[in-house]
Design a protein around this ligand. Structure first.
Ligand code: AHR
Length: 355
């Protein structure tokens, strides 16, 4: 394809590319009749690269978690070094507005495909319609978009977040039944659950929350004592947990919607002198199952790690190749995932964990 830059702006860097891109965008402003302040020619500063290169504009959510960093690496590793592809990544720093800007820039640049990992589900209809009208195919990855017309994207590849939530509540149900059989339940039999939520409106938050809320409704003795917004980050979770624990200490379970929030919560619990994990006051359920969380699980500090697999760059590439061959591709593709307790883990398994 013809475009106005030569090298990809990947997570690994790209300052040079950015300079060229900005210069080229200023040139574009000349072409569209806007103020010509840079004195550059209407002709692009750099020569277009090989027309056979398939250029992908990728709008990534941000770098809020270890999961996200691994997901970005999986995408860049998959495409970097393949002369047939160029992946141009934009980090939205967890702001949907930044994603709209990036997608519109990709349209202007005339990329061959756009991949979006949406921050939140709502609000995508206008910009996806613009991409559709420009004739550029779209893949939605990781989370989903809530648009009535699913012809606006080719496929949605990522996790089954509701299944992840259901794995967590099924495990908790078994544990609390065992407690009741062994006489280990709390005095009044209530299971007090503190819920740490990820970015509100993100599919990972919506579906994991749904699984928990449905389970609380169907278990008379489960009580949702509070829902705190941790925005999928360690810092925010530490902050909200510290504030919460200053007034409340009566917690049986923490259901934390990602590992980084769990690490923040553990720090706050340590500082408050509240025990957790195997044999502790608080059971901890976490999502992602990163290497660090699995190590805590093996060490007895986290009770359940529900896996959220970020390593689907190769699967995305296979879908793109199928699309380019003209094959029919499924509208929704889920990645394989499971859940781990300490008894499912060995040190060797944790040491060889890729993320
Ligand atoms: O959408 C996937 C979620 O987003 C992961 O659970 C979390 O760690 C990330 O920030």
């Amino acid at each position: 394809m013809k475009r106005f830059f030569n090298s990809p702006d990947t997570a690994a860097g790209g300052q040079q590319t950015m300079k060229k891109l900005l210069s080229s965008l200023l040139c574009l402003s000349l072409l569209t009749g806007m103020a010509g302040i840079c004195g550059c020619q209407a002709k692009p500063e750099t020569e277009p690269t090989d027309d056979n290169v398939f250029v992908i504009g990728f709008s990534q959510v941000g770098s809020e978690s270890d999961w996200r960093v691994a997901n970005t690496k999986s995408m860049t590793d998959t495409f970097t070094g393949d002369p047939e592809y160029e992946l141009v990544m934009e980090n939205a720093r967890q702001m949907q507005e930044n994603q709209f800007t990036a997608v519109r820039r990709f349209i202007l640049e005339g990329v061959d495909m756009i991949i979006i990992a949406p921050t939140v589900e709502e609000g995508w209809l206008t910009v996806l319609t613009e991409v559709h009208d420009a004739g550029i195919p779209v893949i939605i990855m990781d989370r989903s978009v809530a648009v009535w017309d699913d012809n606006l994207y080719l496929t949605n590849v990522g996790s089954d977040f509701l299944r992840q939530g259901n794995l967590a509540v099924e495990w908790l149900e078994k544990e609390t039944l065992k407690d009741a059989e062994n006489g280990d339940e709390s005095e009044d039999g209530t299971v007090r659950i503190l819920h740490l939520q990820g970015t509100l409106g993100a599919t990972a938050q919506i579906q994991r929350t749904k699984a928990l809320e449905d389970a609380v409704t169907s278990h008379g003795n489960w009580e949702l004592i509070s829902q705190l917004d941790g925005d999928f980050t360690e810092a925010k979770a530490y902050e909200v947990m510290t504030t919460y624990l200053a007034e409340n200490r009566d917690i049986d379970v923490i259901y934390s919607e990602n590992d980084n929030m769990t690490f923040g919560a553990m720090r706050a619990l340590d500082e408050a002198g509240i025990s957790y994990g195997e044999g502790g006051q608080v059971r901890i359920i976490t999502f992602d199952a990163t290497k660090e969380a699995l190590q805590y699980c093996l060490d007895g500090k986290i009770n359940l790690c529900v896996e959220c697999n970020p390593l689907f760059g190769p699967q995305v590439k296979e879908l793109i190749e199928a699309y380019r061959r003209g094959d029919t591709i499924p509208k929704h593709v889920y990645v394989n995932e499971t859940a781990y307790t300490a008894k499912d883990l060995t040190q060797e398994f944790v040491d060889t964990r890729e993320y």
